[in-house]
Ligand binder design. Sequence first.
Ligand code: GLY
Length: 357
Amino acid sequence: MLAAVTELHYGEQTLLGLNIASARRYPDFVAELEEASGQDVGHRACGTLAVAFDSDDRAQLRELHTFQQELGLECAWLTGRECRRLEPMLAPGVRGGLRVDGDHQVDPRRLAAALLTACERAGVDLHRARAERLLLDGDRATGVELTGGARLTAERTVLAAGSLSGRLAGVPDEVLPPVRPVKGQVLRLSVPERYAPFLSRTVRAVVRGGPVYLVPRENGELVVGATTEELGWDTTVTAGGVYELLRDAHELVPGITELPLVETCAGLRPGSPDNAPLLGPTALPGLLLATGHHRNGVLLTPITGDVMAEVLTSGELPPEARPFTPRRFAAAADAGAAPAVPAAPDAAPSPAQEQHT
Ligand code: GLY
């Protein structure tokens, strides 16, 4: 989902600015990418409905609505009946909800495939191998060594290895990104023709304190997500994870138990200490970062591409990206702030084994 407004958290207004700027770029980005790749990326301007079940949820959602209004964001409060009129499959217990017409969706798997095709068509040389080690010449990054020993040299190297970005060998400790894996389990169901349209927009809620969302894809797929687990490099799909997602989704939309369950999977989000990405040059000349996007990697794809293109060509981070410089963590450490990133268990795969949800 592209949930700039519905995934807003208190204290993250700076990140909200980046999320909204990226959401605004989506229509043009998708048009350009689909043209360049010849592939459809499943972008749907469908909007999102966040609903509440009990008076606590309702009060919490009301507060979020007030906060969103203070920030000038577009959203509308609906009664339970209005929510069900929009989405008739919702449970009768829904007490109210927030309609956010600007939070859309794109299919991340199709997006990644289209980006690869577009890169190949543009003449990008893709090496499908693991980057094992950063190469250094004195105090300068000069490229990477791949599995098997091949070396790729470069004036500038962008480390963009998702949750594994903090594990690349050879990166000096003081510039190693403080990125940790945050596990998310996801289910995919399919909506048979006779039930369509099952949902017409993304529907989300907080059930028993945990967020659950249902994203209906154009191709009849219904994505149910996602757990948030701090378990290091573990990507096991667990009975408990699947049970909790189905239980919470069922509470929201009871009819889902009729749908075929076609896939379960788990991936690792690249979490950073302040939940915001690290974009741009590090203190090591020649090494830049584009990582730590946590829950917003797909949403932030267009702006990350633009920001990195700008900094690689001009040497300057554009103003909208300056709050996200990787150097903000070094500055906090110099000021004596406690490190905010919990250590992950050791047996980590190397960067090229990262998985995406
Ligand atoms: N943005 C959705 C998630 O990370 O689960």
